[in-house]
Design a protein around this ligand. Structure first.
Ligand SMILES: *Cc1c(COP(=O)(O)O)cnc(C)c1O
Length: 447
């Protein structure tokens, strides 16, 4: 194995030239690639990404939070091979097929059938748009056409299409497109890092919930739904909150006749410890969005689950009372079969139990960061572990990212927050590699 991953072979160099000449990369000022080129990945193997020169990088962020059971997972590969020879895709309007039915049944069962119907799309943002439209249309079908507004939590992230961005609160992503967005109301985040002196995480959650309650006292008649990211606002620098917040939001929504939308696109599928994150608070939302981990990081698929009474409010003779929304690839058979394989692995390998041990190991190993004078707020919820670095340097995130790659670890801090969100396959040895690499990267980044 070559020793210096920054030394690129001619093969890697030519790939970088071709991508920069033809691909417009996401979430990127392309000019920075003049100095910091993208990394060409030739193949994946378990938790590892491997470049054309054979350098190996442990995928500490699950390839943008989507991968659950490693790259090139044999079970998912097998399920896709079986499906591709039977049926790759069929229009879902007026047609149905086994993978989409089986997946809907199993997802509903995982909510104890409290969310009984599944509406499919292809990406997370579209699922958020569907949940917003469904909520508003529900109230109109129920004779409450004024309930058209949405409440979102400070720092919340729900995607970047126009409707999803309208309920997101990330200035960097919003500001340039503000003229295209509709207005929503933002209430304070329960992020426990913002607890006042003497406040517990639960106090902080209660304070944030009171602000929501006050907002709804005044505006419930115009409000269709509150959208929350249960337990962890991932894009908000892994802001974690006490589960009490979700119980209080649930109660406030019930009192005010407002839907609670749980956006579990990042936190569903075991990421926070329970299968769905809201289950950690013992509540049920009215609508839930899922994507990212749903296919184990293989294929684009998203879904909105809703309570039966919401579904029933659309069930009528008139077309216009029906839910009017469609995507070309909705319910794609290949994506659904990958998702079914993912559910199979959860069951067969007892993944949630194994992850509890894995998470404990990660947190134990991560205690080394507490010895660093510039590190604070080491925290963990399930398979998400994060800490903040006290450094006044806008280039920290990028410098850290490259320092970690040199250690054979893929990490991508959000601002000053370094986080681990690995696939659910890490061995003890791989946990050591992840944490040791992250620690060396920190020493090499923070002078
Ligand atoms: C990633 C994400 C989205 C958007 O999903 P895309 O597939 O990227 O459109 C929405 N909500 C949350 C919480 C997310 O993490």
């Amino acid at each position: 194995m070559p020793s210096d991953p920054t030394e690129k072979s001619p093969l890697n160099r030519s790939m970088i030239e071709r991508t920069l000449a033809s691909v417009w990369h996401p979430c990127t000022q392309m000019k920075t690639h003049e100095t910091f080129p993208p990394l060409p990945v030739a193949r994946g193997e378990g938790a590892w990404l491997i470049d054309a020169d054979g350098h190996r990088y442990l995928d500490g962020i699950s390839s943008w939070w989507v991968n659950l059971f490693g790259h090139c997972n044999p079970t998912i590969n097998g399920a896709l091979r079986d499906q591709v020879d039977r049926l790759e895709h069929v229009i879902l309007a007026g047609f149905t097929h086994e993978p989409v039915v089986a997946l809907s049944e199993r997802l509903a069962a995982l909510t104890d059938n409290s969310l009984g119907h599944c509406f499919f799309a292809s990406d997370g943002s579209s699922a958020v748009e569907i949940a917003l439209k469904m909520s508003m249309h529900y109230w109109r079908n129920c004779g409450q056409p004024d309930k058209t507004r949405f409440v979102t939590v400070s720092g919340g992230y729900h995607g970047e299409t126009l409707g999803a961005l309208s309920v997101s609160d990330v200035a960097l992503f919003r500001d340039a497109y503000a003229p295209l967005l509709t207005e929503s109301s933002t209430v304070p985040s329960p992020d426990w890092r913002e607890a006042n002196q003497g406040e517990t995480a639960a106090d902080c959650a209660a304070r944030a919930a009171r602000a929501l309650e006050q907002h709804l006292d005044a505006h419930a008649a115009q409000t269709a739904a509150v959208i929350v990211e249960p337990l962890v606002q991932c894009a908000n620098r892994m802001a974690m909150h006490d589960a009490e917040y979700l119980r209080l939001v649930r109660a406030a929504c019930d009192r005010h006749q407002v839907h609670m939308i749980a956006d579990e696109i990042a936190v569903g599928f075991g990421r926070t410890g329970t299968f769905f994150a809201h289950q950690g608070a013992g509540i049920t939302p009215d609508l839930m969005t899922l994507s990212k981990g749903i296919t184990g990081g293989y294929l684009p698929l998203s879904v909105v689950l809703c309570r039966d009474h919401i579904y029933e409010a659309f069930y009528a003779d008139e077309l216009t009372r029906g839910f009017l929304h469609s995507h070309s690839y909705t319910g794609n058979a290949l994506a659904c079969s990958a998702a079914l394989a993912v559910l199979e692995i959860f069951e067969q390998d007892n993944v949630l139990t194994a992850n509890r041990k894995r998470a404990r190991k990660i947190l134990e190993a991560a205690q080394v960061f507490n010895d660093h004078p510039q590190v604070c707020h080491l925290r963990q919820t399930g398979m998400i572990t994060a800490f903040d670095v006290d450094i006044d340097d806008p280039s920290f995130s990028r410098r850290y990212h490259f320092a970690a790659l040199e250690q054979g670890v893929l990490l991508r801090p959000i601002g000053n927050t370094v986080y681990f969100m690995p696939p659910y396959v890490l061995s003890d040895h791989e946990i050591d590699h992840l944490v040791t690499g992250a620690q060396r990267a920190l020493l090499n980044t923070v002078a």
